[in-house]
Design a protein around this ligand. Structure first.
Ligand code: ADP
Length: 477
């Protein structure tokens, strides 16, 4: 059994801004189910949704700051959560990274440096808890200083650093090094320095024993200039220690028990899925039509997700006999342009701006295909939810999308492995062609049904992924 300290800046359902929160909840639970002892450590943000008042279990100093360590449980689990309480850094409005106006908190470097130092005190058993970590598993730039600073410690635990999205690196001006009093030996270009700046994510990439990303293809993608953000050389250098492990899917996404959808179904009762289609049409004031081809999209509306490609497709797409349902929020210009199309074609397209968990489930259950034309995608979740829901994903050939969707080709139809549609180039034309390919196959109900069955029988469980992480922990000398 390993003692694992899982260091993260967000965890569902306590606080969430993105996919990291889902992984931080599901992976520790799945590792616990595999018999490991996982403690999760997180800043005690002002906005945490805590069911009960946590207990104070330790008190210590980091530089001139007094830190309390609080203990609570991850809801519906036996995972212990330790909260690093330092009100001057974490008791502020906004989300963990930005203020209410959407600007990065000006002291983010100090905030997350303190969090990292607190995690190290805990991992090294220096806060009188009588608990020392065997493995410290860090996630994204907010935790990058942990492997860096731990590398200077005697008899330190082994470290794993997971990159959930390399687009965010925690870059701060060179002056930050002095402000944070970082040891000089960490500051060279072989260390945290990055073109005159300090890069927190380099702390993870340079110093962790093992590095992971959230899909094997993304592990390759970040070793290219297109997606490496200038870190590709370093990532190539560390290639032997870099692996991709696909995220699993949460149990809430289960067509047989989903309380949020109109009609439960499974791969033997796929005829019932259409009830979800008509319920969705009714809810969104679209013409009710069991036969019409319904395309769904749920996403942050940002360039990463290929929303511009979709916009370029829409003039032609909307001449076809289909319906498009989009749920998302993000870039105001994307929202405005999508809304223009929805207003011009009210019988064919609906845009719901906002974040709506229930509607997300209803779209997954009610649509025939799910659009995910991402320019890059470290792992992606919706393409996996879609397959579980028998809603075939149309995805670009990148990152986790490439690893989790099997393109529909004559041979994959024949051997019952096809689960969706993949296109290569990040162009509206190739995306449109993939949608047309799907439209054509939709007119062959028996083939379509088989594709749905193939998709629904894929195993995207966390058990599977957690077993791979455990193997990785055990592989470190
Ligand atoms: P990313 O983390 O890059 O945004 P993922 O596909 O990994 O993309 O995860 C996105 C998660 O957020 C999924 O669970 C998706 O269903 C959910 N989501 C995104 N936008 C919305 C929205 N507007 N309403 C409800 N759920 C959303």
């Amino acid at each position: 059994m390993k003692k694992i300290l899982f260091v993260t800046s967000e965890v569902h359902p306590l606080i969430k801004t993105g996919g990291l929160a889902d992984v931080s909840s599901s992976l520790p639970k799945a590792l616990t189910a595999l018999g490991q002892e996982v403690k999760l450590i997180l800043p005690n943000y002002h906005g945490l949704k805590l069911g009960q008042i946590p207990n104070v279990i330790a008190l210590f100093r980091i530089g001139r700051h007094t830190v309390q360590l609080l203990e609570t449980m991850l809801p519906h689990s036996s995972v212990v959560v330790w909260l690093v309480d330092c009100p001057e850094f974490f008791n502020m409005a906004g989300n963990p990274y930005v203020d209410a106006a959407g600007n990065a908190h000006p002291n983010n470097a100090e905030r997350f440096a303190l969090f990292c130092r607190a995690a190290i005190e805990v991992a090294m058993n220096r806060v009188q808890l009588n608990w020392k970590a065997d493995v410290v598993h860090c996630n994204d730039w907010q935790t990058g200083l942990v492997p860096a600073l731990l590398s200077l410690e005697y008899q330190c635990p082994t470290t794993v650093f997971t990159i959930h999205n390399l687009a965010y690196q925690g870059l701060f001006t060179g002056l930050t090094a002095a402000l944070l009093q970082l040891p000089g030996q960490l500051l060279s270009p072989d260390g945290l320095e990055f073109h005159g700046m300090i890069s927190f994510i380099k702390g993870g990439i340079v110093y962790a024993d093992k590095i992971t990303t959230v899909s094997p293809t993304y592990a390759q993608d970040i070793q290219t200039p297109e997606l490496g953000y200038g870190l590709e050389g370093l990532l190539i250098y560390r290639d032997e220690d870099l692996t991709g492990i696909i995220n699993g899917v949460d149990g809430d996404w289960n067509t047989e028990e989903d309380p949020l959808i109109a009609q439960n179904y499974n791969s033997s009762s796929l005829n019932d899925k259409v009830i979800n289609k008509t319920a969705l049409q009714a809810r969104l004031n679209l013409p009710i039509d069991e036969k019409v081809f319904v395309l769904g999209l749920i996403s942050r509306l940002v360039e990463q997700k290929g929303i511009d490609m979709l916009l370029d497709c829409l003039p032609e797409l909307l001449t076809l006999p289909l319906q498009i349902v989009i749920l998302g929020a993000g870039d105001k210009e994307f929202e405005r342009r999508l809304q223009q199309f929805a207003a011009a074609y009210p019988h064919k397209m609906t845009l719901i701006v906002g974040y709506d968990e229930a509607l997300a489930h209803q779209i997954e259950a009610g649509a025939d295909v799910f659009l995910m034309p991402s320019r890059f995608e470290p792992c992606g979740l919706n393409q996996m939810y879609s397959q579980r829901y028998g809603t075939l994903p149309i995805v670009r050939n990148t990152g986790g999308l490439a690893d989790t969707v099997v393109d529909t080709l004559p041979e994959t139809i024949a051997n019952h492995t096809a689960t969706g549609f993949i296109f290569n180039d990040a162009h509206a034309g190739t995306f449109l062609e993939a949608i047309k390919r799907a439209t054509l196959l939709y007119s062959f109900p028996e083939v379509w049904r088989q594709l749905q069955v193939n998709a629904m029988s894929r195993d995207f469980s966390w058990q599977n992924s957690a077993a791979q992480y455990l193997e990785l922990y055990e592989s470190i000398e």
